[in-house]
Design a protein. Structure first.
Length: 217
C-alpha cells in the first residue's frame, strides 16, 4: 500500500479524518479486521464514495472486494493526524466536568494523555481524580515546561475562562480546547477550539424543530 501525501489536502478531508478514526477504533473494538467504505459510511454518515475519495489523497489503502485493513488504516490515519505518538494535555478545572474529562479513556486511544490536572480551589488541590493528583494552577507554567505540554483543556466556570486561557498561553500551550460558553481570545500563534455542548444542542435544535414542523404540516 503506497502512502502518497499530496501537498494540498482540502480542509474538509482533514476534518473528516477524526470521524473515520473513531469509526475504525469502534470496529477494531468489536473484533472487525476489515471494513468496506459502505460500513464506514453507515458509522460516519459520510457517503461511501466521499470516503474513498478522501482516503485516496493519502495513498491506496483498500482492496476491491476485500475492503480496508482496519489496523493498517488506523495506523495510517493516526500518522497523518500526528496522533501516532502521545501528546500531553494540561486540564484546568477539577469540578464535575473536569473530573469527567480526566476520566474519559477515549483520549489515550486517539494519541492524547491528560498529563496534569489543575484547580485554584484549595479544597481540591491535593485530591485525586483517577490517577491524577490535582495541582495548584500556579504550577501550570512549571509543569507544562517540564513535561513538554502543548495542549490545554479549559473546564472552569465561564467567568474564569479567559484568565485560564491567558495562563495557558503564558505557559507555552499552543492548542486550547475551551469547554465553556465564554468567548476567549488567544495570540495568532495559538489556536482555540470551542466545544460548548449547549451551543451544539441549540444548533441541532434548529434542524429538529424544522423537521417536526414539516412533519406536522
Amino acid at each position: 500500500m503506497t502512502e502518497l501525501v499530496q501537498e494540498h489536502i482540502p480542509q474538509g478531508v482533514i476534518e473528516r479524518l477524526p470521524t473515520y478514526l473513531s469509526a475504525l477504533l469502534q470496529l477494531r473494538h468489536d473484533g472487525s479486521s476489515t471494513a468496506s467504505s459502505a460500513q464506514l459510511s453507515e458509522l460516519t454518515d459520510v457517503n461511501a464514495a466521499q470516503i474513498r475519495r478522501d482516503l485516496a489523497y493519502f495513498g491506496s489503502f483498500g482492496k476491491r472486494g476485500v475492503g480496508y485493513d482496519v489496523g493498517v488504516l488506523i495506523e495510517r490515519i493516526q500518522r497523518i493526524l500526528g496522533s501516532d505518538h502521545s501528546h500531553r494535555i494540561a486540564l484546568v478545572g477539577a469540578g464535575n466536568l473536569g473530573s469527567a474529562i480526566a476520566s474519559y479513556d477515549g483520549f489515550n486511544a486517539r494519541g492524547f494523555q491528560i498529563a496534569a490536572l489543575f484547580d485554584n480551589d484549595p479544597g481540591k488541590v491535593g485530591s485525586r481524580v483517577g490517577d491524577l493528583v490535582v495541582r495548584d494552577i500556579g504550577d501550570l507554567a512549571r509543569l507544562a515546561k517540564q513535561q513538554n505540554i502543548r495542549f490545554g483543556v479549559v473546564a472552569v466556570p465561564s467567568d474564569a475562562a479567559q484568565d485560564v486561557v491567558d495562563a495557558m498561553v503564558d505557559a507555552g500551550i499552543k492548542v486550547i480546547l475551551n469547554y465553556t460558553p465564554s468567548h476567549v481570545t488567544v495570540p495568532d500563534d495559538c489556536r482555540v477550539h470551542n466545544t460548548d455542548p449547549v451551543r451544539e444542542l441549540l444548533h441541532t435544535l434548529y434542524y429538529l424543530s424544522r423537521a417536526e414542523a414539516l412533519a406536522g404540516a
